[in-house]
Design a protein around this ligand. Structure first.
Ligand code: ZN
Length: 351
């Protein structure tokens, strides 16, 4: 019967579902129009090329619809850096949070843990007051929580590229900002060149401070990186983790420890980690009994937002699989138990 069902009714049911962000980078939600406006204001190119002549960067695209384009994972990381560079003042971060929240509420997001990357902010703007920027985000989120009852928290990404010492320094910043909505640390950036083993000190410190710990792994590097993230950094959740399928022993370890994988299908496609959506190992991960959640990673840059990812999954794997992923996200979130129970209730009410 399903093939005769009008497309609109599936879209309407997806729209009604509570959406949970566990893997979304706040900077990666910056609207293209805002990115263009900020770069124009500050006379910045829309591309970042380390060591490149200014003229080369000046040829960067400014046509709406062309700005968030890249060829592969390393180009994506440079584009993410250019987006972060455009955010140069605390009020820019307030605007980023404001526009993210407006878009998220419109798409039915009910709870979110958002990555922020203060070490990248500071790389481009050494004088930037990281605390003031984090506070600007926090104030917007606190207001949204009061007015709409939707909670957004932040996870400070340590960003591998700054090495072990830089990561420890950023972890210290995270620990100092818990009253500003920071609940944990993450580890994104160049996974292939900076393996988890380098960051044991930063993660041990963060744990001792009561912060949650999540790690991007099994995206640009293989299953061994996933194992190291769990065993050496004691990651509570793995960002992506899809290359765990390369080693059945790692899949078994994830299943036994009930580690959640935050899967972002369009991101994997756009960064070239998978060659086509049909080739995505998501069905394999689900069939192996792993706990999976679905998210959008850097939705503005990748051009696919959480509701669109949910819709794609419902079409690929069916609505029960999607509902299971949402239930996993609620359970694997770092939200207080009372909030988890009310999110579960909201999910049930859409059945
Ligand atoms: Zn990510």
């Amino acid at each position: 019967m399903l093939e005769f069902e009008p497309q609109e009714s599936l879209v309407a049911r997806i729209a009604a579902l509570p959406k949970i962000h566990l893997h979304c980078h706040l900077e990666g939600t910056l609207r293209e129009s805002t990115f263009l406006e900020l770069t124009e204001r500050d006379g910045l190119p829309t591309r970042y090329r380390p060591g490149a002549a200014a003229e080369e960067e000046d040829r960067s695209p400014r046509e709406p619809g062309q700005v968030y384009a890249f060829a592969d994972f390393s180009e994506f990381l440079l584009l993410f850096a250019a987006v972060s560079r455009a955010l140069s003042r605390p009020e820019d971060y307030a605007r980023l949070a404001e526009e993210f929240a407006a878009d998220a509420l419109r798409r039915g997001v009910a709870y979110g843990e958002l990555f922020i990357s203060p070490s990248v902010w500071r790389f481009f703007h050494p004088e930037l007051d990281l605390r003031a920027c984090t506070e600007a985000i926090y104030e917007v989120f606190a207001r949204i929580e009061r007015s709409h009852g939707v909670a957004f928290r932040t996870i400070v990404d340590l960003t591998r590229n700054f090495g072990a010492a830089g990561a420890l320094e950023t972890a210290r910043f995270a620990a100092s900002a818990t009253e500003l909505g920071v609940i944990g640390i993450g580890l994104g950036g160049d996974e292939a060149r900076f393996p988890p083993e380098l960051f044991t000190d930063a993660f041990a410190f963060a744990r001792s401070e009561g912060l949650h710990a999540v790690v991007h792994a099994g995206e640009a590097a293989g299953a061994q990186s996933v194992r190291a993230a769990v065993e050496q950094l004691r990651a509570e959740r793995i960002g992506h983790g899809i290359r765990a399928v390369e080693d059945p022993a790692v899949v078994a370890m994830l299943r036994e420890r009930e580690i959640v994988l935050e899967v972002c299908p369009t991101s994997n496609l756009r960064t070239g980690v998978v060659s086509a959506l049909e080739a995505h190992p998501l069905p394999e991960l689900l069939a192996a009994g792993l706990r999976v959640t679905i998210d959008d990673d850097d939705p503005a840059i990748f051009g696919a937002h959480i509701d669109e990812e949910y819709l794609a999954l419902a079409r690929l794997a069916g609505e029960p699989a999607l509902r299971a992923c949402i239930a996993n996200a609620i359970e694997a979130s770092f939200a207080p138990l009372s909030l988890k129970r009310s999110l579960e209730e909201r999910l049930r009410s859409t059945e």
